[in-house]
Design a protein. Structure first.
Length: 197
């Protein structure tokens, strides 16, 4: 049986917007907190004799995140001259031309796409690391990720712990290779980022 729709009612129905699909959450932009973000690293000394550890004291960057859509991006800049082994002589050597060459290449950059979301949390970043003017693919394993309201100002605060490995000679840093040094570098990155105002 067909139901007749009065002309006025038909006109009103036509003026209504189509049924809305569930709205995706808006993408949120976060700024890395330089006081709580420290890329650290581990490197071999003399082919397994010991492991040297250090970190970079100055970095900046942004994260964009849409947890419902399962997408996001990560952009990080690290000041290579801020390398810190806790030993002044080694820091100075690491800034030099046969290591980071911070005078010519004062910044290292990572640009990546957040992927493999589980319950709204990214577990991986696929991107590229640029170091000493060389760009190579690098995958970060995101081992933990949590967001919460910042206890002081209430804006959303997200924190992560990430891990990656790369071969330093692929970036032209092959000092010690002739002495049997393992070229593998382990990156361990602690990061916190606050939602932009």
């Amino acid at each position: 049986m067909r139901i007749a729709v009065p002309p006025l009612a038909a006109l009103l129905l036509a003026a209504l917007p189509p049924a809305a699909s569930p709205a995706a959450a808006a993408e949120v932009r976060y700024e890395l907190d330089p006081a709580h973000t420290f890329p650290s690293f581990e490197a071999d000394h003399l082919g397994g004799l010991s492991v040297w550890r250090g970190r970079f004291n100055r970095s900046r960057g942004t994260v964009t995140l849409d947890r419902e859509a399962g997408s996001g991006r990560l952009e990080v800049v690290v000041e290579t001259g801020s390398v810190d082994f806790g030993l002044d002589a080694l820091d100075e050597h690491a800034r030099g031309p046969d290591m980071l060459d911070a005078g010519r290449f004062p910044e290292a950059r990572y640009s990546g796409r957040l992927t493999d979301f589980v319950d709204g949390r990214p577990t991986r970043a696929e991107g590229e690391l640029t170091l000493r003017g060389v760009t190579q693919p690098l995958v970060l394993e995101i081992r933990s990720f949590k967001c919460m309201p910042h206890p002081m100002h209430g804006r959303e605060l997200c924190g992560a712990d990430a891990l990656a490995r790369f071969q330093r000679d692929a970036f032209g840093i092959d000092a010690g290779k002739d002495y049997g040094f393992d070229m593998t570098v382990v990156l361990r990155i602690q990061a916190e980022a606050v939602a932009a105002e």
